[in-house]
Design a protein around this ligand. Structure first.
Ligand SMILES: [Zn+2]
Length: 201
């Protein structure tokens, strides 16, 4: 399990289940003029999803999320209050209604955008690669990158050890204890992920 957050490289305070998605290919936006539905369908079909069971978030990540959420809600509340106040203040029959509605919609959009940025995948700044085979972290903190590389090396070593017919190592599972549980006599040859060889993906 990853112990450092990807964004700040700090020890995780919380692990969360995160649904990571691939980024929408930019060419699909060309479909928007033909209607939102074709765009939505193509984007959904092309989307790759990966469920990360326990993605690490440090206290700064949690603060960032709260800040974005509150900021978004604040802007939306401000927009609603401003419209209510203006509606009461501006006399009827004036031509202010158009610009006020426009400003309200714009503020609403900004607020929702801010709140949407508080989503866990965006806080993690992680997304699935286009072919769905890997999870990419944008602007990963160097400390996290080091940590991840070490984990990967460890996992590779575990796999190598597994391929070496499970040699008896200190603190390592021995085949004799495990073989009886499996009907397969050739268990060591099986392509099984080593213990801990599971990277959160
Ligand atoms: Zn963090």
């Amino acid at each position: 399990m990853l112990q450092l957050c990807t964004r700040h490289g700090e020890p995780a305070a919380q692990h969360r289940r995160v649904l990571l998605k691939s980024r929408t290919p930019s060419w699909t936006y060309l479909l928007i003029p033909f209607g939102l539905l074709p765009f939505a369908i193509v984007a959904t079909v092309l989307e790759k999803r990966v469920k990360a069971a326990a993605w690490p978030f440090c206290p700064r990540c949690l603060k960032l999320r709260t800040g974005r959420l509150l900021g978004g809600i604040g802007v939306v509340v401000f927009a609603i209050l401003a419209v209510l106040v203006l509606a009461a203040a501006v006399p009827h029959g004036t031509s202010y209604a158009g610009p006020i509605v426009l400003a309200f919609v714009a503020l609403l959009f900004v607020g929702l955008l801010l709140a949407a940025n508080a989503g866990w995948p965006l806080i993690a700044s992680a997304h699935v690669s286009r072919d769905g085979s890997a999870v990419e972290v944008r602007n990963a903190h160097p400390r996290f990158a080091e940590h991840a590389a070490a984990l990967q090396a460890w996992a590779a070593q575990q796999q190598w050890a597994a391929q070496q017919q499970w040699p008896a190592q200190q603190g390592y599972r021995q085949p004799q204890q495990w073989q009886p549980h499996y009907a397969h006599p050739q268990y060591p040859e099986q392509q099984s992920p080593g213990p801990g060889g599971t990277m959160p993906s």
